[in-house]
Design a protein around this ligand. Structure first.
Ligand code: PXG
Length: 287
C-alpha cells in the first residue's frame, strides 16, 4: 500500500506524521471519505468542495488547489491499483508546538491521501437489514460544533458508537439536543412512511450519499422532505435506511427492539439501493 503525504508516496510502515502535528495533538484538521466504483470516483467535486469548506471555516489554508487535490486523490488510487475502493483525504493544521494556538503551527498544513478497501458492516446485513439502537450521547450543539465541519475530532460520534457497541450493536442513532432524531455516528438516516421519504432538516451532516439518494428519489417521483421527527416516528416507519460513503445504503429493520415495517428491507429501500449501485458505476470522475 502506498500513502500520499505532502506530494510523495510512502509505504504503510513509513507513512507517519510528527507527534507535533496538531491533527494528532488536537484533532485539528479535516477529512473526507470518498468512494471509487469501477475506476470512477463518485461525486469527487462535491467531496473536495466540502473538504475545502471545512478547512475555510477552520482557517486552514490547503496548500493545493482543488484541481491538484483531485489529482492527488486519483494518483493515489492509481498508485495502489484500486478500481473499487475507499479514499480518505486528510488535511491537518500541520506541525506546531504543544499549545493549541494555531498561530504556533509554523509548517504548512499536512495533506494525506489513503486508499483502501473497506466495507463498514458485514455483507449479509446489506441484504437482511440491520438492528440498531438510540444512545444517550446527544449530538454536539450545532452552535458549539457545526455538523458540516468534517473535522478530525470525532469524539462525539465515537462515544455514541461505544454505547452502541457496549450494548452489542453496530450502529447508533444520535438525537439532537432537543430530542429529535439527528443522524447516526457516520451515516445519515432516512425513514419512509406511506411512500414518503423523510430526513432531518438540520443538526446533521449534509451527506453526499444522501444527496445522491434524494436525486434518485426525485427521478422515481418518490416524495421526499426534510423535517424534524422523533424516535416514535422511526419505530412506526414503514421502512428505514442509513446512507454514507463508507456505509453506502444499509436497510434498518429494527430500532430499540421495535420492528420496522415487516422486519425486512422495504421495497422503496431496495429500489433505491439497486439504482444507487447503477449510478455509482456510471457517473463519476474516470481514472
Ligand atoms: N453523518 C456523519 C456524522 C458522517 O460522518 C455521514 C453522515 C455521511 O456522509 P456522506 O457524505 O459520506 O454520505 C458521515 C460520513 C466510518 C466513517 O468509519 C463514516 C464517515 C466518515 C468517515 C468514517 O463510519 N461518514
Amino acid at each position: 500500500m502506498k500513502i500520499y503525504i505532502n506530494g510523495k508516496f510512502y509505504s504503510k510502515e513509513n507513512a507517519t506524521v510528527s507527534v507535533f502535528d496538531h491533527g494528532f495533538l488536537y484533532g485539528d484538521g479535516a477529512f473526507e471519505g470518498i468512494r471509487a466504483y469501477d475506476r470512477l470516483v463518485f461525486r469527487l467535486d462535491e467531496h473536495i468542495a466540502r473538504l475545502y469548506e471545512t478547512c475555510h471555516t477552520m482557517m486552514i489554508k490547503v496548500p493545493l488547489t482543488k484541481k491538484e487535490m483531485g489529482k492527488a486523490i486519483v494518483s493515489t488510487l492509481k498508485e495502489n491499483k484500486i478500481e473499487n475502493g475507499y479514499i480518505r483525504a486528510i488535511v491537518t493544521r500541520g506541525v506546531g508546538d504543544l499549545g493549541l494556538d494555531p498561530r504556533k503551527c509554523y509548517g504548512a498544513p499536512t495533506v494525506i491521501v489513503i486508499s483502501d478497501k473497506i466495507s463498514l458492516y458485514p455483507a449479509e446485513l446489506y441484504k437482511k437489514g440491520m438492528d440498531i439502537i438510540t444512545v444517550p450521547t446527544v449530538k454536539n450543539h450545532p452552535e458549539a460544533l457545526n455538523p458540516q465541519l468534517k473535522s478530525l475530532n470525532y469524539l462525539n460520534n465515537i462515544l455514541a458508537k461505544i454505547e452502541a457497541n457496549n450494548a452489542g450493536y453496530n450502529e447508533a442513532i444520535m438525537m439532537d439536543g432537543s430530542g429529535y432524531v439527528g443522524e447516526c455516528t457516520g451515516d445519515n438516516i432516512v425513514i419512509i412512511k406511506d411512500g414518503k421519504l423523510s430526513t432531518p432538516p438540520h443538526g446533521r451532516l449534509k451527506g453526499i450519499t444522501l444527496a445522491a439518494v434524494m436525486d434518485l428519489a426525485a427521478k422515481f417521483k418518490i416524495p421526499a422532505e426534510e423535517r424534524l421527527f422523533t424516535r416514535h416516528e422511526v419505530y412506526n416507519a414503514d421502512e428505514c435506511f442509513l446512507t454514507g460513503t463508507a456505509a453506502e445504503i444499509i436497510p434498518i429493520v429494527k430500532v430499540d427492539g421495535r420492528v420496522i415495517g415487516n422486519g425486512k428491507p422495504g421495497a422503496i429501500t431496495n429500489k433505491l439501493i439497486t439504482a444507487f449501485h447503477t449510478v455509482t458505476r456510471k457517473d463519476g470522475v474516470k481514472y
